[in-house]
Each structure stands twice: as C-alpha cells, then as structure tokens.
Design a protein around this ligand. Structure first.
Ligand code: ADP
Ligand code: MG
Length: 341
C-alpha cells in the first residue's frame, strides 16, 4: 500500500463538483504537486486531506490508517497557506514554538527543536523579530518552520509562494526543495504555475474540473501531455487537428484526432537560405506575422497553410536575421508531434 492512498474522493458544493470521484496515491518522502487552473479543486483536495472540508464519498489512508473521519488535530498533518497567518504579537521564536507549547511542552523542552527549525529555514538572527519586521519571504519561512516543528506526517502547501515577487519566489522554491529533502517529509504542494510545478516536483498531478487528468514526473508531463487540456496548460503547445497537420505537411498520415507540437522544436529558416534540416519531418512554406522578445526566448508567430504556429527560439544573435513579414521555411520534426487522447 502506498503511504498516502486516496480513493474515490467526492465533494460537491451545491451545483459544483469540486472533487469528482478522485483517486491518487503517493509515496513516503515524495514531493507531489497538484497543478491546475483556478477553481479546479486543488485547495478542496488539500483541505479534505487536512480534515477541513468534509467529503461525501471516498476514503483517505495515511501510512495504512484510515483518517477519513478523524478530526483535523488528530491527523498529524501540517498546512501552510499563501497568507502566512503568523501571530503579529509574537516573535519568530514564539510563533514557531506556539504549537508545541499548546501541546503542553515546557519552554526548556521545545527550545532545542525551535532552534533547529530556525537554522533549517535560515532565519538565525531573526529569533526576536516580529512578523512586521520581516519580508514576505521570511514570514513564509516562519510559517513553514511553525508547521515543520510539529513533525507532521504530511506537509500541505497551498500556493505558499504565490504572494511573493519573482526573484524571492524562485529562491524559496529551491529552499523549499532543500528543506523537504533534508527532512524527507512527504509534501503536497499546490500551484497554478506550470513552470513552478515542473521545477519543484517529483510528481505532478494535473487537475481539471475536480478530476486528475494526468500524473507523472515533470519530464513525462512536459514532453507527453495526455490530452489537449494538459498540452495547452503545461507548455504553450501548438495543438493541431490531424487534418490541419496533414494540410500543413502536405501529406503524412496522422491517425490520432489531434497532435501537440512544442514551440521550441519547430525550426525556422529564411526562404532560400539556411542549413537543410535533417531527419524525419516536414518542411512547409510560411510567413512570420509577429515576433516577441521575452528575454532569453524569441517567440515567433508564423502562418503556414492557413495555420498559425507559435515557434520559440533561444535569443542568440544568429536568430535575429528572421524578421517580421519574412517568408520562411518551417521545419516540423515528425517525432515531436505528440498524439493526444
Ligand atoms: N466554500 C465553498 N463554497 C462553495 N463553493 C466552493 C467553496 N470552496 C470551493 N468552492 C468551489 O469549488 C471549486 C473548487 O474550488 P477550489 O478547491 O478552491 O479550487 P482551486 O484551489 O483549484 O482554485 C470551485 O468551483 C469553487 O468555486
Ligand atoms: Mg486554491
């Protein structure tokens, strides 16, 4: 049996099915991510694991124990939210020690544990600070330490980095993963940001409308999206119906209903110029309709045979000779056309 086993979990709010007979399992020490657009049921699933959202059907087992009907406090599960929820009138030390004090531990007993947590989340020197004296990132570190000091069986993180600005967020992603590995703590992380999910996870569960539509490691999810929803959500894929692809390639046999092609696998060559593409694939004439510079990536919008394709190239100097309104040859590698279910 897996460490966490969720079977047939169902939760409705009036007309909304927040969790639709949902089943998933994961292992001890795994860092799993629930990824999906707003409203797909991520928070509801986390809250039901924590015991904060009673479900109508299904069961949750942790380490072989049925926790479906246990009170939240008896589940030994820690949860961290986007809003840090620290006690404003308590210092960092007091915030982190609060849970253990509530359990009846004396200061002399819990001080060592709290100190270790402060070291783990890299807040040494901030012990006597109050939340308002800390940055957002530091406050989230306190919230994390406050959960971890209780030694929960599972750590649940509901969009914990969403309120932080990009640079601090990237930094905390790395830190979070380091801390998780050091403690080997089973973690369920929630995000609507596909890049964050791909960066941080051992395994991703992609959710849509209360269902899990695909699960796999980041590499699998990114390179082999199971359906159009995942393809569009995860990687800005070009999604083409078989007949569109047939038209674009001037033949070729395509058995699936539709195909996904990643923007970065399509190559562009100026008409009458450039190296000959090699390998299995198709060359089609096209025209560059637009170019966007996103920093390290040049994003082209190319029209070919009445189809619009997004093409991403690394922003190196040699790419600059492809301009807007230029006629180009578009190379589509055959093995990169992923059939969708
Ligand atoms: N307390 C509630 N009352 C009514 N509907 C809710 C409540 N909580 C969530 N929902 C609905 O359930 C669905 C899933 O919500 P949620 O789990 O919060 O999604 P996510 O976290 O993925 O954004 C949404 O349609 C949402 O509107
Ligand atoms: Mg949510």
């Amino acid at each position: 049996m897996s460490y966490v086993q969720i079977d047939n979990l169902t939760k409705t709010y009036k007309d909304t099915i927040a969790l639709n007979h949902l089943s998933l399992t994961f292992d001890k020490g795994e860092f799993v991510t629930l990824l999906g657009p707003s409203g797909c049921g991520k928070s509801t699933l986390l809250r039901s694991i924590a015991g904060l959202a009673p479900t109508e059907e299904g069961s949750i087992h942790v380490d072989g124990v049925d926790i479906t009907h246990l009170k939240p406090k008896d589940r030994e599960i820690g949860m961290v939210f986007q809003s840090y929820g620290l006690f404003p009138n308590m210092t960092v030390l007091e915030n982190i020690g609060f849970g253990l004090r509530m359990k009846g531990m004396k200061k002399s007993e819990y001080e060592g544990k709290v100190k270790r947590m402060i070291e783990l989340v890299d807040l040494v020197g901030k012990e006597q600070s109050y939340p308002h004296q800390l940055s957002g990132g530091q406050q989230q570190r306190v919230a994390l330490a406050r959960s971890l000091v209780m030694e929960p069986k599972i750590l649940l993180l509901d969009e914990p980095l969403s309120a932080l600005d990009a640079k601090i967020r990237k930094n905390l992603q790395v830190e979070l993963r380091r801390i998780q590995r050091e403690l080997s703590i089973t973690t369920v992380f929630v995000t609507h940001d596909q890049e964050e999910a791909l960066t941080i996870s051992d395994r991703i569960f992609v959710m849509d409308l209360g269902n899990i539509v695909q699960s796999g490691n980041p590499e699998e999810i990114y390179t082999h999206p199971a359906n159009e929803f995942v393809a569009r959500f995860i990687g800005n894929y070009n999604v083409l119906r078989a007949e569109q692809l047939r038209q674009l390639t001037g033949g070729g046999s395509f058995a699936a209903v539709s195909y996904a092609i990643r923007p970065e696998v399509i190559q562009l060559f100026p008409e009458h110029a450039g190296p000959e593409p090699s390998g299995n694939g198709w060359l089609a004439a096209g025209k560059v309709k637009d170019i966007t510079v996103t920093g390290n990536v040049l994003r082209y919008l190319v029209e070919s045979q009445d189809q619009r394709l997004q093409v991403d190239h690394l922003n190196t100097a040699k790419e600059l000779w492809i301009q807007r309104d230029m006629n180009v040859n578009v190379w589509i590698p055959a093995e990169e056309c992923v059939p969708l279910g």
